[in-house]
Design a protein around this ligand. Structure first.
Ligand code: NAP
Ligand code: MG
Length: 404
């Protein structure tokens, strides 16, 4: 069979532990036999990050700015224990944080659905994609514990010397204080990423805040989204028959539960943190959760939402059989290849990505699964647990059949 050609390289970001093992299996079994794979390789494994003093992470993000599409393996975010384990000279920052800051992007997370695993919310039929504004608010707040009587004020001093001052509360007893902020520039980037991703995936976009209570703070989010939508995206949305819809967070929660799914839900930082865990748990499994970082100028970085699956890796190192689920990592590759194909006008690359995903779904529908999924299968379905390589080989058989 002739291999599928690529024109522009994908930025390939390798990673750590069990997902690094899966990464190689996926390339060897599902990609290299079929594609003349063109990548610019960056090793974000912790060993190489230490060796390059984390320069490799920065370089991989700059390469993503240059080429437009990246695929990333899960990586270790060092903590104290990892500093000892890997003998690190510094507690290097989270690669995802570094890449996100450079690309100024928003992360979109969506579950992979299969017939035999039913979401906890029975009317959900299509994926719900959560977009979290990962900047500011309570995550960058200044807090103060008030020990007794006193006056708390909100003070802003402009560069021109003008002063805004308002009493927050006249404390008659102990209490707590918190100062939060956000920036127009960050909210604008968030909005562009959301509108772009809605157009890309042809899905409605919902956005929710609490602007009835937060009349300036949350109102700013609402107005920026509305303004950008009217000026830059309304026509395109109309053309595609998709909708932008703003509502209060409490109304959104109720509608999400009653919905069939099939839309993007954009959330402020805290809401996105909480709701993405709720939605992903209700859909079934972290191992089936895909993730893509989209920048406001349309750069894409695809990855799995889960981590490096450390516990399985230690078993693997001891020579034990492991049944780690590669689905989200395979879908990171298919997502990146499809996007590359779309951007470069390579229809057979797009077609390959579709067929790879279909082969994965077919394998699961045939009841061949990794251990984590077998326990989640609904009544009336049967499934057999296989190890990671067995699962990947079963996908390959089906992929070969559909490409033949
Ligand atoms: P994790 O790697 O997501 O794994 C947590 C547990 O979830 C696993 O022990 C496993 O449960 C289950 N699991 C996750 N993915 C699975 C898969 N593909 N197949 C089967 N089971 C899966 O989270 P963690 O253990 O908290 O973190 C490990 C490392 O990953 C940390 O160093 C962290 O810094 C890093 N991390 C990286 C990213 C990223 O790069 N995006 C994200 C999160 C965490 P059982 O053991 O019960 O089978
Ligand atoms: Mg969380």
């Amino acid at each position: 069979m002739k291999k599928i050609k690529m024109t522009t390289p994908l930025v390939e970001m390798d990673g750590d532990e069990m997902t690094r093992i899966l990464w190689k299996m996926i390339k060897d079994e599902l990609l290299l036999p079929f594609i003349d794979l063109k990548t610019e390789y960056y090793d974000l494994g912790l060993v190489e990050r230490e060796k390059t003093k984390d320069k490799v992470t920065f370089d991989s993000a700059y390469a993503t700015q240059k080429y437009g599409v990246a695929v990333k393996c899960a990586t270790i975010t060092p903590n104290k224990q990892r500093v000892e384990e890997y003998n690190l000279s510094e507690m290097w920052k989270s690669p995802n944080g570094t890449i996100r800051a450079i690309l100024d992007g928003t992360v979109f997370r969506a579950p992979i659905l299969i017939d035999s695993i039913k979401p906890a919310v029975k009317n959900w039929k299509k994926p719900i994609t959560i977009a979290r504004h990962a900047y500011g608010d309570v995550y960058k707040a200044t807090e103060h514990r008030v020990e007794g009587e006193g006056k708390a004020e909100l003070v802003f001093t402009g560069k021109d010397g003008s002063v805004f001052r308002e009493t927050i509360y006249d404390f008659e007893c102990g209490g707590v204080l918190q100062g939060q902020y956000n920036k127009d520039s960050s909210i604008i980037s968030f909005a562009h990423s959301c509108f772009k991703f809605a157009i890309d995936t042809k899905q409605d976009l919902w956005f929710s805040t609490k602007d009835t209570i937060s009349k300036k703070y949350d109102q700013t989010f609402k107005l920026i989204f509305q303004d950008i939508y009217e000026k830059e995206y309304k026509e395109k949305f109309k053309e595609l028959g998709i909708e932008y819809f703003y509502t209060l967070i409490d109304d959104a929660v109720a509608r999400v539960i009653r919905s069939e799914g099939g839309y993007i839900w954009a959330c402020k930082n805290y809401d996105g943190d909480v709701m993405s865990d709720m939605v992903s748990t209700a859909f079934g499994s972290l191992a089936m959760m895909t993730s893509v970082l989209v920048s406001p100028d349309g750069k894409y970085e695809y990855e799995a939402a889960h981590g490096t699956v450390t516990r399985h890796y230690y078993r693997y190192l001891k020579g034990e059989d492991t049944s780690t689920n590669p689905m989200a990592t395979i879908f990171a590759w298919s997502g990146a290849l499809r996007k590359r194909g779309e951007l470069d006008g390579l229809s057979d690359l797009v077609d390959f990505a579709d067929k790879l995903e279909a082969a994965c779904i077919k394998t699961l529908d045939d009841g061949i699964m990794t251990k984590d999924l077998v326990g989640l299968v609904s009544e009336g379905y049967t499934a057999t647990a296989v190890n990671s390589i067995g699962f990947i080989k079963a996908i390959r058989e089906r992929l070969e059949a559909s490409l033949a």
